[in-house]
Design a protein around this ligand. Structure first.
Ligand SMILES: [Mg+2]
Length: 259
């Protein structure tokens, strides 16, 4: 690995940012990751996915850096784990008495087969997704009014919720921005890239926030950020290439050899 020319750390969301929203492809980012690797710039993945899901995937990115899972709930750095969220057992304990009042079904209520039906994931992926430590995805089966009341009650009980796709996620009072202060122990400037509402705190906590355009036309409202024109991993590669060019980070040797 070459000597680091700039103190830079990249923190990136996965779905819709590093991974294509529809087909989970990511080959566009690989040459840029090679370039970063050769310049000694690490990428910390900051995802709503579980630890098991990222560990199954990170080899494809050649990534061994620290990582943040379950929406800012925990930072894994080698043997060290820093928890910002709430243990799942505690979350399930808070949910239990609320079942008398509200209708919902969570991951903890169903088998991997049902999670496969909910998510469209294969069995192994569904099991990895179910291997949660700091959050509980719920399928809401009650009225929208009751959902609002439910969310307020969880906040009073030290938890919070956010809506993502088909699930109402219950987790501790954390977000993707909280762990960034822990990553900033050296003088590195942090560049963060994300595409959705749950990435906003991360973009704000970073020195440079980059919004990756979404294929469904969703526009994340945020001030003082850079914005890609391309979507998903193409947008990621577009923006990181622009930033690395501006910082005069050399091209990857691998790319140069390809002509
Ligand atoms: Mg995303």
């Amino acid at each position: 690995m070459a000597e680091q020319t700039v103190q830079l750390l990249v923190v990136s969301d996965l779905d819709g940012t590093l991974l294509d929203h529809d087909d989970y492809s990511f080959e566009e980012v690989l040459p840029v990751l090679d370039r970063m690797d050769e310049a000694g710039i690490a990428m910390v993945v900051n995802t709503s996915k579980t630890r098991a899901e990222w560990l199954a995937m990170r080899g494809d990115f050649g990534n061994e850096a620290p990582y943040i899972v379950e929406n800012g709930s925990a930072l894994y750095d080698g043997e060290n784990v820093t928890v910002f969220g709430t243990p799942r057992a505690k979350i399930l304990g808070v949910l239990k008495p609320l079942r008398a009042k509200f209708k919902f079904k969570g991951y903890s209520d169903v088998s991997a087969t049902e999670i496969m039906e909910w998510t469209g994931l294969g069995r192994q992926s569904a099991e990895r997704s179910a291997n949660r430590h700091f959050s509980e995805p719920l399928v809401w089966q009650d009225t929208p009014e009751k959902e609002e009341e439910f969310c307020e009650m969880l906040v009073e009980r030290g938890l919070m919720t956010f809506k993502g796709g088909r699930f109402l996620h219950v987790l501790g009072q954390t977000d993707k921005g909280k762990p960034l202060a822990h990553l900033k122990k050296d003088e590195a400037a942090i560049i963060a890239l994300g595409d959705r509402q749950n990435d906003l705190a991360m973009l704000k906590a970073a020195d440079i926030g980059v919004v990756i355009a979404a294929p469904d036309g969703f526009v994340l409202e945020a001030d003082d950020v850079l914005r890609s024109t391309e979507t998903g991993p193409r947008g990621w590669a577009e923006m990181m290439t622009r930033i690395l060019d501006q910082l005069q980070i050399p091209q990857s040797q691998k790319n140069t050899n390809d002509g």
